[in-house]
Design a protein around this ligand. Sequence first.
Ligand code: PLP
Length: 384
Amino acid sequence: MPYPAGRHFLQIPGPTNVPESVLRAISAPTIDHRGPEFARLTTEVLEALKPVFRTSGPVIVYPSSGTGAWEAALVNTLSPGDRVLAFDTGHFATLWRDMATSLGLSVDFVPGDWRHGVDPAAVGSRLTPDTKAVCVVHNETSTGVTSRVADVRRAIDEVGHPALLFVDTVSSLGSIDYRHDEWGVDVTISGSQKGLMLPPGLGFNAVSEKALRAAESARFPRSYWDWEPILAANRHGFFPYTPPTNLLYGLREALRLLAEEGLDRVFERHARHAAATRAAVRAWGLEVLCLDEREHSDTVTAVLMPDEYDADKLREVILDRFNLSLGTGLGRLHGRVFRIGHLGHFNDISLAGTIAGVHMGLQLTGVPIDASGIDTALRVLGTP
Ligand code: PLP
């Protein structure tokens, strides 16, 4: 293959494109992680994270991926054999269930078709007197479906159940409206590599008072993930181990960018790009995987391929010809869907380029489409 001139289009649903200023921030010289400059950095970043989670409580930062942050939520609050309620909304919900099972939790896994989010109406009847926690993936990155967390919270409250609520926001934080405090979430799990516009490498737990109380009696063995020594060290601006200094420089800059744009405008931008993407998909005559209008993801759109076409073949052609990466179908969706990531450091031109690349790829692979896809997306973008 000749050298592909021009920028790579990284339109998988994370890791996402990292802004230049964030890359430059990360490239600054590493400093003493036990010195006063580092303490100021930690204190600033931990405060600036709170509005992104919409919490006034602590946010814990791990040098980890999102998977580590999942484990941290479970082992800090629960004990071996505890019963948790989870929902089969997609590949990541399944992986989290598998983790909980392998840790020794007893998981009630509500079946799903991977085309809908958590049904809030089903939550109340699935809770049992000994359910200790409810696990919800806010935005299922594998399916492009966003569950209605506020409604899930209401459903738990309606039956007056004391279960903890854990929410995975790995592919929604900083892109889709999310409210840790207002929605009564006990642990919010996230990662750096999607809406926060950073490279992979940071995991997050935002933690409620109730979760901190649960941690006092939780009996899972824990050491590296233990919140307590981290919170104690964070109070003075430090970590109980060597922290990822340069990623924290990047995080400070990414949080500055989000604050400068304003979270509400960030959410509106994501919603517009998602609407334009769905409009293109439908104009092509293809099907969006998500079936409920209330649950369309603003960060990722999963597109079903017509039966006789392989989604990975399409992705391969688009990568080879246009240097554009799209998300593969995960788990049971392998080969059947491709995913367009439209999140993070992303604007109208990025969306137009992405849709044009997919359009040309569909034509090159002989998928019958209506040629109006690109025009339709542009019309949606042009709509005030
Ligand atoms: N949860 C969701 C919704 C995800 O999209 C991902 C990864 O894409 C994860 C959890 C796992 O995070 P990581 O791959 O950073 O461990």
